[in-house]
Design a protein around this ligand. Structure first.
Ligand code: HEM
Ligand code: HEM
Length: 247
């Protein structure tokens, strides 16, 4: 197998998404439906056969889900941003920019971790805003494939929006319980039903991305194919002298 370290690092993000994030989505959505059904039965019939534990399970696993979604998002961004820094040797031209990007990653992770700890409403708002801003600013660095022309089918835009919705869920967690009018509960249901659709989109656009990204050794050949427009005219592709020939 001709896998280089670059290919292995690239696979880290999809592997974590498939093994950790998506199973969690399954359980969290299942518990969400049970919480809702239980609440409706309790209001309507005064009792329900569904265990009250489903609420706790939804929230506990929901907290893990938020962390894992933001985590895989940061892994993907780190791969693209630091990959670009290595490819273009950015630290030689703009070392300060590299340090700033490193600090931005650190600030995003720290403010996101603090969001789990703080109770006060104001601090929840502040840390949710800061960690969300961190994600968005990192997403605008060189190397990140945003596919802005096709934003309606963009893995980046779906992923960032879903991550922001997970951060928001953490921020309003207490308000869902405290609010007697169910306003925050309904806001939560509406936004996170949308998040589920975005997650489905991530499954589709992510596998699509895997299909489109070549292995590291294939990349120079593919670049040559598009440079010579091999899709519309005959062309010859040869192994570059610096590349070991593949058979
Ligand atoms: C896929 C994402 C999610 C979906 C579709 C979802 C949906 C729901 C639904 C339908 C309910 C029941 C509302 C009702 O009582 O009618 C609920 C409750 C709740 N959710 Fe989520 N949710 C998601 C993720 C999260 C996350 C990530 C968190 C926190 C970090 C969270 C925190 C809560 C809380 C605190 C409640 C109230 C539970 C209770 O009343 O016992 N949810 N959610
Ligand atoms: C919650 C789920 C996910 C989130 C939040 C997420 C988020 C992201 C983000 C923000 C990027 C960087 C921008 C871009 O290149 O589009 C990215 C890249 C990528 N994602 Fe995902 N993603 C998720 C799930 C998946 C899944 C399920 C797969 C595949 C099975 C996948 C495969 C990829 C690939 C191949 C890349 C390109 C990586 C690179 O060029 O370095 N993602 N993802």
């Amino acid at each position: 197998m001709d896998y280089s370290i670059k290919d292995v690092i690239l696979l880290l993000h999809p592997v974590l998404a498939v093994i950790v994030v998506f199973p969690l989505i399954g359980i969290v959505v299942n518990r969400a439906l049970q919480v809702r059904q239980r609440r409706q039965q309790t209001v309507g019939e005064g009792k329900s056969k569904i265990s009250p534990v489903v609420g706790q399970e939804h929230v506990q696993l929901g907290r893990w889900l938020s962390g894992s979604v933001v985590g895989v998002n940061l892994v993907a961004l780190a791969n693209e941003i630091f990959g670009n820094i290595v490819d273009h040797q950015v630290w030689k031209k703009a070392p300060f920019q590299v340090v700033l990007i490193g600090l931005m990653f650190a600030a995003t992770i720290v403010t996101f971790a603090l969001l789990y700890r703080v109770q006060d409403r104001r601090w929840r708002g502040i840390f949710a805003t800061l960690s969300g801003m961190g994600l968005v600013i990192l997403g605008y660095q060189h190397g990140v494939y945003r596919n802005t022309d096709h934003w309606y089918m963009s893995h980046y835009f779906y992923g960032t929006t879903a991550s922001l919705l997970m951060i928001f869920s953490l921020a309003i967690l207490r308000d869902i319980y405290q609010d007697r009018t169910n306003r925050w509960r309904n806001v939560h249901i509406t936004l996170n039903s949308f998040a589920v659709i975005l997650f489905l989109g991530q499954g589709i656009t992510g596998t699509q991305a895997l299909l489109e990204i070549p292995l590291a050794w294939q990349e120079p050949y593919l670049n040559e194919l598009s440079k010579q427009k091999c899709n519309i005219q005959p062309c010859t592709i040869q192994a570059a002298p610096s590349l070991p020939a593949k058979h």
